[in-house]
Design a protein. Structure first.
Length: 292
């Protein structure tokens, strides 16, 4: 066998081996779950909470928490977290919404915290729809806000695309998870291998409620330009909020982030009478001729 052919076969063999490993190991690469014992007790300073378990139709248990505001509730925020740890740690962010008078519901995806069940993109989408359905039994959709953080942004977009929540808020969202992984594995056939493509851009087209996208300019994991691109998909309903200097995990450390949340949660959407604006005024690039 010629040397060049044996070298080519070796390279091909290595490529196939990496592809197979990527397919079967991607759950370990994408998700960083924290397991919690069944008797673990959640506790947060100055936060009133209630734990619940939702049994799915395939027998899995989805564990979650509800955080209560002080005083009368304005509605509920369904907070879909990122890909690491469990709601034990993510719960501390509920205060950013309870302080505005909203209940917050957080759930752990399958395999995270106390949640059980075999994980897949289809299963997680189905679980979250069941959670959303439970919320609809307790309140009207015009009082439900869907908030997706990083990994949760894709699932949040999907929920909003097939339901009618009051608002959709995406925090550091990705165009698709396939695009994110392609940055690190540009030569791999990810469109075939990836089990969790999570095409946020496709789902955003069908969202009919106001969309707010929050992103930091210094995000090295999911670049800021991703949100610029996403904001152009459904532009009439979308507003992009920029956290200058914000990274992927530290937006909550910026005062501007909290001011943005305040504006999003407390301001009422108003239709603008465009006929009273300069929207139809066009700048001319031609130089006007000097009069003789």
């Amino acid at each position: 066998m010629p040397y060049w052919l044996s070298t080519l076969l070796l390279i091909l063999g290595i490529y196939i081996a990496i592809s197979v490993a990527l397919y079967y190991l991607q759950d370990y690469m994408l998700f960083k779950p924290e397991k919690l014992p069944k008797d673990f007790q959640f506790n947060y300073d100055n936060q009133q909470t209630k734990e619940y378990n939702l049994e799915t139709r395939d027998g899995a248990i989805i564990n979650g928490l509800r955080f209560f505001p002080k005083g009368e509730s304005k509605g509920v925020v369904l907070y879909l977290k990122g890909n690491s740890k469990s709601i034990k740690g993510w719960g501390k962010f509920a205060v950013d919404f309870t302080r505005h008078g909203y209940n917050v519901v957080m759930v752990d995806y399958r395999g995270f915290g106390k949640s059980t069940g075999r994980r897949s993109q289809k299963a997680i989408k189905r679980d979250l729809q069941e959670v959303y359905n439970k919320l609809k039994e307790q309140t009207t959709e015009d009082r439900i806000i869907v908030y997706g953080r990083s990994l949760g942004s894709g699932f949040a977009a999907k929920l909003a695309s097939i339901n009618q929540p009051k608002l959709l808020i995406l925090d550091a969202p990705y165009y698709s998870l396939t695009k994110v992984t392609a940055r690190y594995m540009p030569f791999m056939p990810l469109s075939v291998l990836i089990k969790y493509p999570l095409p946020t851009y496709k789902w955003l087209r069908y969202v009919q409620c106001p969309i707010h996208i929050i992103h930091g300019t210094h995000d090295k994991l999911i670049p800021y330009k991703t949100s610029v691109k996403l904001s152009q998909i459904n532009p009439k309903l979308t507003k992009l909020h920029t956290v200058i200097g914000g990274g992927h995990k530290d937006l909550n450390n910026f005062e501007s982030y909290h001011k943005m949340l305040d504006d999003i949660l407390n301001s009422k959407h108003k239709e603008i009478d465009l006929s009273t604006t300069s929207i139809n005024v066009i700048h001319t690039s031609k130089k006007t001729k000097k009069q003789a």
